[in-house]
Design a protein around this ligand. Structure first.
Ligand code: NAD
Length: 342
């Protein structure tokens, strides 16, 4: 059993949706956790308990500033690199230049980690590294295996290319014996603290304000494998414990859920009824994105466990408890495509 007690870890972007859950899990395992986040989309309130108890060492700072990156990595054993210019589909399709800055950010964090003598870097990668042309037919039963990312590369817009460049960079660090590393390819994460720029949370927002007709971006036939943040976090920590060679591993479920079916489930659980209106002109993403888990099982000795129906319901419960209908009505137009809070 890997012992996190007294290990010093850095979580970049640790105030974010996924980052803050990762911080929770690392604190629980006894690690000394440092968080550096510029709060561009992260929220200090996601870390409120730890800030109040003094359980973490939090620094607000921009990791694109080399002095901040150097200070962030000093004395750290493991770097969990989660910071990114990122949002849901509505954000990454419409803000390509911003997402391209991740290539700089990732390179800076990896270089600083090596210089600081960190033992390991774990990188938050994405299903967006997979070739888009493989993911066009929602009727095809396709499970993306890690080896489908290879020449000729064809990532999902600049956000995906940046993730791919970072994975390749880390593999080069490992091949040259300069760092130990793992990349974890997250697939369509959801759960408490997830913002509405992600489709499933947008659906909760639309249902909460009683939108009718209920807008769905794309034809609704898109297939996703929504993955609960607790599974994302478990897979990330297991990768830190077990992978050294820079391998990239899928962290997602193999459940195939249509966007329109997800919307039906959200409305039913929230006790709402609405007609659907489909808008394929809006950011939609690939039509068939579900991962394979053989490598995850082989390398991590585990696969994601939370069924979508269960995770969705508990996330809706969280959303209803933590959001005010008037506030959602005021901000929803903004939060669907932006990462900063309205
Ligand atoms: N949410 C998903 O479905 C998903 C899927 C695949 C990959 N990912 C990746 O997982 C990671 C976490 O994503 P998330 O959904 O929790 O939310 P997020 O993308 O909002 O998290 C990024 C965090 O990094 C911080 N940040 C951004 N630029 C920074 C900088 N220059 N310096 C310091 N901090 C900075 C933000 O404030 C935020 O807290 C990201 O790398 C993202 O690309 C997420």
């Amino acid at each position: 059993m890997y012992d996190w007690t007294d290990r010093t870890v850095l979580v970049t972007g640790g105030a974010s949706f996924i980052g803050s859950h990762l911080v929770d899990a690392l604190v629980e395992r006894g690690a000394q956790v440092r968080v550096v986040d510029n709060l561009s989309s992260g929220r200090a309130e996601n870390l409120a308990t730890h800030l109040a108890s003094g359980a973490i060492d939090f620094h607000e700072g921009d990791l694109l500033d080399a002095a901040v990156t150097d200070a962030a990595t000093a004395g750290v054993d493991v770097v969990f690199h989660n910071a990114a210019d990122h949002g849901g589909r509505g954000y990454i399709d419409l803000h390509q230049v911003n997402c391209s800055t991740n290539m700089i950010l990732d390179g800076m964090v990896f270089r600083a980690a090596e210089r600081a003598g960190a033992q390991k870097v774990v990188f938050a990668s994405s299903g967006c590294v997979y070739p888009e042309h493989l993911q066009t037919d929602p009727d095809e039963i396709l499970y993306l295996t890690e080896d489908l990312v290879g020449p000729p590369y064809a990532a999902d817009n600049l956000y995906g290319w940046a993730k791919l460049m970072a994975e390749m960079t880390l593999r080069a660090y490992c091949a040259e014996g300069r760092l130990a590393a793992a990349s974890v390819r997250y697939f369509t994460a959801y759960g408490p603290r997830c913002p509405e720029s992600h489709a499933v949370m947008a659906m909760m927002g639309r249902a909460m304000v009683g939108q009718n007709p209920f807008e769905i971006w794309g034809t609704g036939e898109q297939i996703r494998n929504w993955t609960h943040v607790d599974d994302i976090v478990e897979g990330t920590i297991r990768a830190a414990e077990r992978v050294d060679d820079g391998s990239a591993i899928n962290i997602g479920t193999m459940e195939r859920t249509k966007v329109v079916d997800c919307a039906r489930e959200v409305l039913a659980y929230m006790g709402k009824d609405a007609d659907f209106v489909f808008d394929p002109s809006k950011p939609t993403g690939p039509y068939n994105r579900v991962c394979d888990l053989r490598l995850c099982h082989e390398k991590l000795g585990w696969t994601p466990e939370i069924e979508f129906k269960d995770g969705l319901r508990s996330t809706i419960d969280w959303y209803l408890e933590n959001n005010d209908v008037d506030e959602v009505r005021r901000t929803l137009g903004h939060t669907l495509t932006e990462r900063r809070h309205a």
